[in-house]
Design a protein around this ligand. Structure first.
Ligand SMILES: O=P(O)(O)OC[C@H]1O[C@H](OP(=O)(O)O)[C@H](O)[C@@H]1O
Length: 323
């Protein structure tokens, strides 16, 4: 059976970043698997399982860096891979329930991070953030609604300008927000006496490094220079089981046109979308399960997956070769 149009569209929207943000792409992938299961018509149980694996590969191949994507896909596919079913209806139902379960967990996790992280914010804070993270927004909006008063500085986040989304959303919530160029970070930290930095995450490695939007590690360095707390907000499904055995996180290289269209001859362009901030530069990670030091990332992974490192490392769905 061919992959349904709506599922292909979701995959394309993730790839082109129409759907973006590590949590959102995870939920979108879970929803796509649910739609794929609902739409399946022809064939028997074995064909259904093959078809679902094909959809899983397609979804995972859309963007390489945020581990929330394969983690979400594997969470849903696990029910198919590890259970025996009588018929398609039973299998279909299991996929739908698992996908709904993931989406619900994810939404609750973002809310819970807001509640936990809001306790870290104080009235009078001047907070710097980078890119657009729903987990960070959740913290800021929850803190503001609880009566705390603070000012947020949001970087533009070139080349895709996700900082505009952050600025717009915070302004809509009534939070005072100033948009600054990425290159102004150190100046703003000094001149505005920033009190804390809060960013999201696409992937957290077993040793506590955080892979997030390009530019994050420079901001962490600037924060360290001025002894400002550097806080990461992330759901635990962004912790990467593959890194337990040292598998490197692939950094997405996006099209050069995002940086400059029609560059003059002789100019090469690089456009890495993410970078890694080492655990030494991170003060704490706010998750839906509580606040942890980065060095405890491996413990979170162990609790989540309860598998041996070797088994964890084999979880990745293979690259899509179906086109
Ligand atoms: O899951 P939430 O907290 O929303 O976002 C987490 C991270 O996902 C985004 O990636 P992109 O904009 O999709 O490349 C940013 O790097 C952001 O910090």
């Amino acid at each position: 059976m061919v992959v349904p149009e709506e599922v292909r569209r979701i995959a394309e929207d993730i790839q082109t970043m129409k759907i973006r943000g590590a949590g959102r792409i995870a939920r979108a992938a879970a929803r796509a698997l649910m739609i794929a299961a609902q739409e399946y018509k022809s064939g028997g149980l074995d064909e259904f399982l093959d078809y679902m694996e094909q959809v899983a590969r397609l979804l995972v191949s859309t963007r390489p860096t945020a581990v929330s994507l394969p983690n979400a896909v594997n969470y849903v596919m696990k029910v198919l891979r590890e259970n025996k079913f009588q018929d398609i209806e039973e299998a279909r139902k299991a996929v739908i329930e698992a996908a709904q379960g993931f989406i619900e967990y994810s939404e609750q996790a973002v809310k819970r991070i807001g509640e936990i992280g809001a306790r870290l914010i104080k009235t009078g804070d001047r907070i710097l953030t980078h890119c657009n993270s729903s987990a960070v927004e959740s913290i800021l909006v929850t803190a503001w609604r609880s009566g705390k008063r603070f000012h947020v500085y949001a970087t533009e986040t070139r080349p895709r300008f996700q900082g505009y989304i952050t600025a717009r959303n915070l302004a809509k919530a009534g939070i005072p927000v100033t948009l600054v160029p990425d290159s102004a970070v150190l100046q703003v930290i000094e001149a505005k006496r920033i009190t804390r930095v809060i960013v999201g995450a696409d992937t957290v490695t077993a040793n506590g490094a955080v892979i997030n939007k390009i530019g994050t590690s420079q901001i962490a360095l600037a924060a360290r220079l001025h002894r400002i707390p550097f806080i990461v907000a992330t759901e635990t499904y962004k912790f990467s089981p593959y890194t337990v055995v040292g598998q490197p996180v692939e950094i997405e290289e996006r099209p050069p046109e995002e940086v400059l269209e029609n560059p003059p001859p002789g100019i090469r362009i690089r456009n890495p979308a993410f970078d890694a901030t080492p655990p030494e530069y991170i003060d704490m990670i706010v998750t839906e399960r509580g606040i942890i030091p980065p060095k405890s990332a491996a413990l979170v992974l162990w609790e989540m997956f309860r598998r041996s490192p070797v088994e964890m490392s084999q979880l990745r769905v293979e690259e899509d070769t179906t086109g």
